[in-house]
Design a protein around this ligand. Sequence first.
Ligand code: ACM
Length: 629
Amino acid sequence: MYQYKSKRTVRTVAAACTMALMPLLALGQKNDPNMGIVPAPVSVSKGKGEFKYSPETIVLVDSPEHKAVKFFAEYLRKAGLATSVTDMRTVDRNKMSLKNTIYLNMTFSGDMKPEGYELKINDDGVELKGHGAGMFYGIQTLMQLIKPTSPGSATIPCGNIRDFPRFAYRGMHLDVSRHFFDVDFVKKYIDVMAMYKLNNFHWHLTDDQGWRVEIKKYPKLTEVGSKRAQTRIGREAGASNAPSSFDNTPHGGFYTQDQINEIVNYASARYINIVPEIDMPGHTAAMLAAYPELSCDPSKKYKVGEKWGVYDDFLCPTEETFKVLYDILNEVMDMFPSKYIHIGGDECNKASWKRSQFCRDLIASQKLMNEEGLQSYFIAKIAKHVQSQGRQVIGWDEILEGGLAQGAVVMSWRGDKGGIAASQLGHDVIMTPGSGGLYFDHVQSKSPQEPLSIGGFAPLEKTYNYNPVPEVLNKEQQKHVIGVQANLWTEYIATPGKAEYMFLPRMLALSETGWTPTQIRDYEDFSTQRLPGHLARLEKFGYNFRVPAPIGAKDTTMKGGKFTLELKPSVEGGKVYYSVDGNEPTENDLVYTTPVEITVPEGGTVVFRCITATPGGKRSVSTTIKMEN
Ligand code: ACM
């Protein structure tokens, strides 16, 4: 039986009690100081009025061939804002009026921070100053500010922006081994990274469950290693090898070197570097299925992994193995111009090394302490090879164990402690801890309506509030924190739609962590003032995302007799629907228009549930507010 069914039965109370939901009352009253921009710029001074972009507007450029300029011209074309792009070198600057122009200025004098830009928008013209990536990021900001009005026309609000990033490395990782994602999806991922000024795409190309990059010298890596016979269904609750717990469906895929080349160029046009990862000496079951002779026990039958978790199928540190790895890495370095090459190093439980006479002998002959020392010996040899080609290695924080290789960069994933230790040793570090809300495979709310995931808990606010620079570090050590990254492991993410659900909107929170100075980071401004517009924009661009709860709604129980619930859709243009009978709200339920006033009878309970529905038809999980009197 419903306690309340319609608006009629929700009694309106003039002097409603506003306990517990007080903060909501400020909604819409606060003026976003960041002009809606994500990530929030270093300095914004809002102006009055707007620049009116029309078919007569001229885009003036210093260099039409510049990739940032080409990117902007393409954006304008696609947005139906076709315009003439005029090369500044062809006009007399003294006679040229800057009225009704957008001037992309790359030849200014004066300093600009790395990747920085300055944007001045007046009602009669726009000037953007920046070099290289700075110009590109200024264009991204401009694109966020341009509001198309009618075909060929748009408005841009007036203001002055000075901006540059907090960290040089702002990364997103994608695991394409556990599930393969095609070229189009990878490009879409790169597109959204570029929109939010992220500049390093960490591509996890190899793991137990699939080898995904063509290596010409070792064709079996993809012929054998890119395919698994089947995949474990659902969450592994205890080991089960029962046939019914597998999907009985082959899964595979890999990128040819031509495709890699295409993606590297695509990313580069968007100022994104690709850090390829070839994981070793563990996470190599797929490699051993192709080349069992690289293991410590070649008589064992290896197969491409069909289940998740940590395997003990490891590369054996023989000279033959190193030769193969050097060859592979050489091809990888030919494909990827990145300064950084990621060599994994995580989760080596070393069981196969412990069983191996060869490894015991090697530990003794190299005077290593134990298997940790052997791991360090392994990584040091690989690091030396990579560095001999003028590159630098990155490894997961396990590479600290047994001694850190010279010049290696540490990716701190098991909390901050690896990052702290490495920066104290004078190594550069990238912070990417699961405990900091940076594992985007972790669940985003505790609702049972969330899709199946690996577990963990990383709500948007936690991601947003992560501080990549631990306070225990002194000023010198802090400089070694070169950046921050979030990881998308895909054991439980098999489709592009689910991947997008998991990384959006958290990627936008990460972008602000990586870019915006700490002093001006403000979760409330981000989540209530700016995010709704960005989510509407992402929906228009065809992205799926997790729709946040209506702004102002939080799963909670409150005590009292009278309440006023003030809510706002978490996506611009969306609607809030609610029920007051405890049932899951649908689009046929009550639509929120004005604050809802609720009276709870003495001794009674009202269960209020609400959702946001987006203009494109996505829905949030429902939020439940229980009111007891
Ligand atoms: C990791 O999550 N195994 C780096």
